[in-house]
Structure formats: C-alpha cells, structure tokens
Design a protein around this ligand. Sequence first.
Ligand SMILES: C[S@@+](CC[C@H](N)C(=O)[O-])C[C@H]1O[C@@H](n2cnc3c(N)ncnc32)[C@H](O)[C@@H]1O
Length: 440
Amino acid sequence: MKASAKAVSQPRKVAAQLVFRVLDRGESLSSLLGPGLSTLVDARQRALAQELSFGTLRWCYRLQAVLEKLLKKPLKNRDRDLHALLLVGLYQLLILEMPAHAAVSESVDVARQLDKEWAAGLVNAVLRNAQRQSATLLDSVDAKASARWSHPDWWIKRLRQDWPGDWQQILDANNQRPPMVLRVNALRTNRENYLQQLKQAGIEAQPLPFPDSAIRLQEPVAVEKLPGFAEGLVSVQDGAAQLSALLMDLQAGQRVLDACAAPGGKTGHMLESAPELAELVAVDRDERRMGKVEENLQRLGLHAKLLVADAGETREWWDGRPFERILLDAPCSASGVVRRHPDIKLLRRSEDVQTLSQQQQRLLDALWPLLSSGGMLLYVTCSVFRQENSDALQAFLDRCDDASELPLPAAWGKALPVGRQLLPGEQGMDGFYFARLIKT
Ligand SMILES: C[S@@+](CC[C@H](N)C(=O)[O-])C[C@H]1O[C@@H](n2cnc3c(N)ncnc32)[C@H](O)[C@@H]1O
C-alpha cells in the first residue's frame, strides 16, 4: 500500500482499535483515548479518530443491528477487530453520511493493515451493500427499541419506569454531541471580561442562562487554545456540575469536606467561590485520579488538604473535627452524562445500579456523623436513575433521626420526593441530581 493511503486511513484504524477495546475488553474510552490519539501526528486526524470512536460507540446498538442484517453469519471471535472496523465504517456511511469512496476504500485499507488481506473483499462488500441500502437500513432495524435509541434494553426499561413522561427525550439527549462548557474563575476574571478574551482569540461563545460562571463554546477547542487556561482563568466543566458549589452555600471560616473529590472540578470551584474557607479537605480513594486534583488546583493557584482514602472508612482519615459543609459527589452509574461518555452504555450492567446504590448508602451513613449540628450535606450524582437519587435519599431520611431535607431554591430541573433532577439536555446541560440535607 502507498504511504499516503496508509496515512489517510490511520484515524479509521485508531478509531476501530478503540471501539474494539471498549466492546471486547471492557476498557473505558477516556482511558484509551489519550494514548490512542497520540499515535496520530496531525491534529485533524486526531479530531477525526475522536469523532469516529465517540460516534460509533454512541450509535453502537443501532449499528450492530444493521451489521447483523448485512453479515451472512457473525464474524469469528478472532475477527472481532473487523467487527469494530465495520461498525466504524457503517457510522461514517449511515450516520455521518460521508462520501462512500472515503469510508469504504479506507476501511478496506485498514483490513489489509490488520494483516487480514482475505477480509478486504468482505469489508468492501458489506460497506458497499450498506451504501446501496442506506435509505432504508436504519429504518429497518428501528422496530427494536435498543436499535432505535441505541441503548441497552435494561436501560430503556429503567428510564421508562423512572421517567414515564420524559424517557424518550432523555434517550434522545444522551445521543447528542455534548457542548464544551467553561467555568470562569471568579478570583481571576469575570464572565464578560473572559467572553471578550475569547472573542479576541476568534473563539465563538455564549454565556449560559445559569450559573453565571458558565460559558458555552460554539465548537469544542483544545484547552491550550483557551486564553489564560494554563494560568487558571478558566476550567472545563459542564453547567450542571457548576451548580454544586453554589448549592453548598459556603461561608467564610467554614470547614468543608469534599468526600469524592477527584478529578477536582468541584473542589476547584468551591475554593474559587469561597476563598475564605477555614479549610477544605478533599478525599478520594483513587490515587491516580487524586493526582489530577493536585494538578488542577496547582493550575488554579488554590489549596486544599488532599487525602487518598476510602471516604466511608472515616476512622482511617478523619481527625475528629466536624465539618460545617459536606459535598458527597457520590460514585454513580453516570447515566446523566452518557453524551460525554458513550462507552458507559456498553460497559455498565443492570446489576451495577444496585451495587452503586449500596455504596451511596454506605457513604451517606459513614459521613453523616462528621457533619456539625446545623451543618449541611449536599448529595450529588450525575445519574438519572431514581434508585441512586431520590430513593436513596428517602431511605436515608427514613433511618436517620437527625437529618431533614433543606429544599433547593431552584427554578431548574424537576422536583422529586427528595431533591431535584436536571435531565440531560435541559438548558443544554448534563443530567445531574442534587439534594441538601441538614443536621437538626
Ligand atoms: C463523580 S466522581 C467525583 C467527581 C468530582 N467531585 C469532580 O467534581 O471532579 C466520583 C469519585 O468518587 C471516588 N470514589 C468512589 N468511591 C469512593 C470512596 N469509597 N471513597 C472515596 N472516593 C470514592 C471515585 O474515585 C471518583 O473519583
């Protein structure tokens, strides 16, 4: 093969490898992406590989249903790399509606690069066939809900139960490309000023209606291109996540616990919005992710006490002094941020929700005694499943005598029996759940 043809097909090859490793090895796309993209020298190639891997995983259930129709028999286990390559090809043809010559001939080139010369004809035939039937293929599989919405059946069933009036809109929002949203560091600049700086840098952006720290970019850009990013003028954080620090109602002199802190998005925001706190203690049990908190705080020029520990094992790390505020940004299914992490649909299992719900209960029970009398705990998840949200909090309130709900003063989201839910896509934001509890 000519060198230039090989270079052109590289992004498809990288995308197919990433999709293969998520589908067949259960690895997470965010951990694979950096090393995978670093093999491509050209920024446009990296952007294409990213688009193809995210998009193929986003539409994976639908594309797999199409591929099943097009293949006479499933590929053998040892040829699952070709399965991934064909999905990436179908994504280009059927969803992106790219010109067929690029999508087909370069996928054939990748098959050859995989040392599967025999498969060149198969890849060509399947993709040509898909192109010929492109007007009807997707419709023909859409009778199955999992294909139509490109989500696992158990997920759709759970959403229908939890959100009978909104489930379709939630699934639809999960399949959209997410916007890139910035948080302006109130200690260094303000939103109007930073919008000016973006304009001067030729980056199109708008303020979000709320919170007033949030700016939505018209198109995603590499963070190095953002004015003053290295100096901590802004951070990348969805608008919904930015609500957390505001809901903490932080006051000067308070001792604050950020119980599941990494990678530190909310830690940084709390310190930006309340620089006069007595102390902020940030705990996370993942040492590698805690390194990110350190990196982020350094960039922002902020300081917190960082502890690598299981937040639920308080005897191991708590010094016995109560906290006036606790943020519990609990580990969860992440079902509200699927648009940012489409691999979650493939990696998460139905039974994980129950396991996560038990962890959430354990953390609530363990952390509650650390809150001072009159103190407030903000419980947050990026999930839309009620078992991890309102149901978990109701169960906690039922068994805890000195906890009561402090209603959220919010015009956004939906009120639940306990707390409020922002559904994905509302005001263009991620799906988040918030509840505030006070110690009476
Ligand atoms: C939703 S993420 C937190 C995001 C973070 N608050 C932010 O805004 O950047 C959940 C975090 O909980 C951590 N985690 C899970 N179980 C934990 C436990 N038992 N103790 C401490 N951290 C835990 C995970 O390592 C993960 O970093």
